[in-house]
Design a protein around this ligand. Structure first.
Ligand code: FAD
Length: 512
C-alpha cells in the first residue's frame, strides 16, 4: 500500500495530508490522488490532451472561483494568467479592515465585505473543493470549528493555491481596466474566432500608485470577480438629507463605534442578523426594519423573541434630517446610525461586450447555464455567479466545463440553442415566482447541481452523506437557534459514517 492508498483508505491525518500537499505542487501527484478517486480519469485526460487544443486564457479575479478556474484550465493544458487587483488571493475572504475608502454607502473602498466576526454559514465539510478537504490543522493552530471564521477559510484557500502551484500564474496588484473584443487577425479572417483585448494596470502594493498600464490579446477570458461588493441600496424618502451616520453592511467591520447608540438595521438576512445580534450587546437600542414579518424564518423570529433589546418594524417610510426614522407601521425612533444590510448588485465595469451581455437587477444575461453568453461562447465565460450552491464545489464544476469547452473536448451547442435554453430557463423561473434578482440562485438544488456536473464535464456527484449534512445544516439554520446553530448540531448516522470514512475524525468535536 503506498502513501496515497493509505490516505484514501484510512483518511489522512492532517499533518500527513499537509506534507503530501507541500510536495503536491506537481500536477502528477494531484492526478495520482484523482486517479484513486476516479479510476480512468488520468487516461482520459492523457487521451484528451492529444486531441484537444490549448488556449491562452485570462481569468479576472483570484477569489475561489478564479482559483478554481486556474486549476481546471491548467489541468486541461491551457496557458493561464489570473489577474487580481488585490495584494493577495482569496477575494471576499481576504478581510480588509479599511472598509469604505471614505464612501460608506458605496463601493469606493475594499473589495471584501467581510466583517471581523464572520463565521461560515456552511459546514466546513461542505465548503471545499471536491478533492481537497477543508480539514482543520491538527497542530493546534487555526480555527477547528465546523463553522470557522473567515481567516480559517482564507488559510485553506492559500493552502489550495500552494498545493496546485497556482501562484505561478497569478498576477497580484493587477487591476483589469477593460476587456473588449479584439480586431480579428488577418490570418483569422472569416473563421469567426473571437479574441479579447485585456488592458490592466499594475499597482505598487494594494491601492498604491500605478506602475504600468498594459494590454494583451487572449483567446478567452473568464470573468470571476464575485458579486458581493457593489452595495444594493433601497430608495427611502429623506435618505439624501439624513445627517447622521448611514452605511451599507459592505463597510461594516467591527461594532465598537456603535457603543451606546440607537441603531437601525435595514434587512434581516445573514448579515443583518449577524450584525443586529452583535450590536445588541453594546448598542443602546437596535431596531430592525423588514419587508414583511411573514418572510422571517422561525429561527430569526425566535432570536428576536429571546432578545428584548431587538425591536422589529416594517419598512422605513421616511428619514428626517434631525435623525428621526419613521416606519411603515407608524412607529418612530431617533436613531444615531442606519446600517443597510440590503445585499449586493452584480457589476462588471471593465467588460465591453457591445451590449451582448447585460446586467438587469442582478440577472446577467443571456447566459447558458449561468456560464456562457451564447453569442460569445466559449471565448467569454462567467464563473461564480450561482448563489445558494456549495461553494467552491459548484464553481469548480463550472470551471472544469469552461476548460473543456475551450479545449474543444466538450463542444457547446449552437448559439441559438443556448440562447433558447437560457430564455426558457428564466421564463420557467419567473412563472414559479422567483424574483429577477435571484436569477442565479440555485436554492441548494443538489439534483440540478449534480446533473450540471455530469452533463457538462463529468464532474462527480456530491456524496450522500454530504447531501444529508446539507439538509441538516439548512434545517438547523432556519429553524434552530440563530445564535448557536453553528456550535450545537446533531449528525445523522449517515453523516457520522461519511465523516469517519473520509478522515474527518478526530478533528471535529463530537456532535451533541
Ligand atoms: C459577509 C459574507 C459572508 C459570506 N459567507 C459565506 C459562507 O459562509 N459560505 C459561502 O459559501 N459563501 C459565503 N459568502 C459568499 C462568498 O463571497 C463566496 O463564497 C465566494 O467568496 C465567492 O468567490 P468568488 O471568487 O466568486 O468572488 P470573490 O471572492 O468576490 O473574488 C473575486 C475576486 O476578483 C477580484 N477582482 C474584482 N474586480 C477585478 C478587476 N477589475 N481586476 C482584477 N481583479 C478583480 C477581487 O479583488 C477578488 O479577489 C459570503 C459573502 C459575504 C460578503
Amino acid at each position: 500500500m503506498d502513501e496515497t492508498d493509505e490516505i484514501l483508505q484510512t483518511g489522512p491525518t492532517h499533518s500527513k495530508y499537509l506534507n503530501e500537499r507541500s510536495s503536491m505542487v506537481s500536477l502528477d501527484d494531484v492526478e495520482d490522488l484523482d486517479q484513486k478517486r476516479h479510476p480512468g480519469h488520468r487516461d482520459q485526460v492523457r487521451r484528451r490532451s492529444e486531441m484537444v487544443s490549448s488556449k491562452k486564457v485570462c481569468v479576472v479575479g483570484a477569489g475561489v472561483s478564479g482559483l478554481a478556474c486556474a486549476r481546471e484550465l491548467l489541468r486541461e493544458g491551457h496557458d493561464v494568467t489570473v489577474m487580481e487587483q488585490s495584494g493577495g488571493v482569496g477575494g471576499q475572504w481576504l478581510y480588509d479592515p479599511r472598509a469604505d475608502g471614505g464612501d460608506p454607502l458605496g463601493a469606493a473602498g475594499a473589495h471584501s465585505s467581510m466583517y471581523a466576526s464572520v463565521r461560515l454559514i456552511s459546514p466546513r465539510e461542505l465548503t471545499g473543493f471536491s478533492d481537497f478537504p477543508f480539514f482543520p490543522r491538527d497542530d493546534g493552530t487555526g480555527d477547528s470549528r465546523r463553522y470557522p471564521g473567515h481567516a480559517e477559510f482564507l488559510r485553506y484557500i492559500r493552502d489550495f493555491c500552494d498545493a496546485f502551484g497556482l501562484m505561478d500564474v497569478v498576477r497580484l496588484n493587477t487591476k483589469v481596466l477593460r476587456v473588449g473584443l479584439a480586431a480579428p487577425r488577418a490570418a483569422d479572417d472569416g473563421d469567426g474566432i473571437k479574441r479579447w483585448t485585456v488592458s490592466w494596470s499594475r499597482h505598487r502594493g494594494c491601492d498604491g500608485e500605478v506602475v504600468t498600464t498594459e494590454e494583451e490579446v487572449f483567446d478567452a477570458v473568464v470573468v470571476a470577480v464575485g458579486q458581493y461588493t457593489q452595495p444594493r441600496l433601497p430608495t427611502i424618502r429623506g435618505m439624501d438629507k439624513w445627517s447622521r451616520r448611514q452605511l451599507h453592511s459592505h463597510s461594516y467591520r467591527v461594532p465598537d463605534s456603535f457603543h451606546g447608540e440607537v441603531v437601525v438595521i435595514v434587512g434581516f438576512r445573514h448579515s443583518g442578523v449577524d450584525i443586529a445580534l452583535e450590536l445588541s450587546k453594546l448598542a443602546r437600542e437596535v431596531h430592525v426594519s423588514v419587508k414583511s414579518m411573514e418572510a422571517l424564518t422561525p429561527a430569526v423570529s425566535k432570536a428576536v423573541a429571546r432578545h428584548s433589546d431587538l425591536h422589529l418594524h416594517l419598512q422605513i417610510e421616511c428619514l428626517r434630517e434631525d435623525g428621526q426614522v419613521t416606519f411603515a407601521d407608524g412607529s418612530r425612533v431617533a436613531a444615531d446610525s442606519i446600517i443597510y444590510c440590503t445585499g449586493y448588485d452584480c457589476s462588471f465595469p471593465f467588460l465591453d461586450t457591445g451590449g451582448l451581455v447585460t446586467v438587469d437587477d442582478s440577472r446577467v444575461g443571456p447566459l447558458y447555464e449561468h456560464t456562457f453568453p451564447p453569442a460569445l461562447a466559449p471565448s467569454l465565460s462567467f464563473v461564480g455567479l450561482p448563489r445558494m450552491v456549495l461553494v467552491p464545489r459548484f464553481y469548480e464544476a463550472q470551471a472544469r466545463w469552461v476548460a473543456q469547452a475551450l479545449s474543444g473536448w466538450r463542444p457547446l451547442p449552437p448559439s441559438e440553442e443556448m440562447a433558447r435554453s437560457a430564455e426558457e430557463y428564466h421564463r420557467a423561473r419567473e412563472a414559479a415566482g422567483v424574483p429577477r434578482r435571484l436569477s442565479h440562485a440555485l436554492f441548494f438544488d443538489m439534483d440540478y447541481c449534480d446533473e450540471f456536473g455530469a452533463k457538462h464535464c463529468g464532474f462527480p456527484p456530491v456524496e450522500g452523506w454530504k447531501r444529508d449534512l446539507l439538509s441538516l445544516s439548512l434545517a438547523s439554520a432556519s429553524d434552530g437557534a440563530v445564535e448557536s446553530y453553528r456550535d450545537s448540531y446533531h449528525d445523522s448516522d449517515l453523516v457520522r459514517e461519511g465523516l469517519r470514512s473520509e478522515g474527518w475524525w478526530p478533528w471535529l468535536p463530537d456532535p451533541q
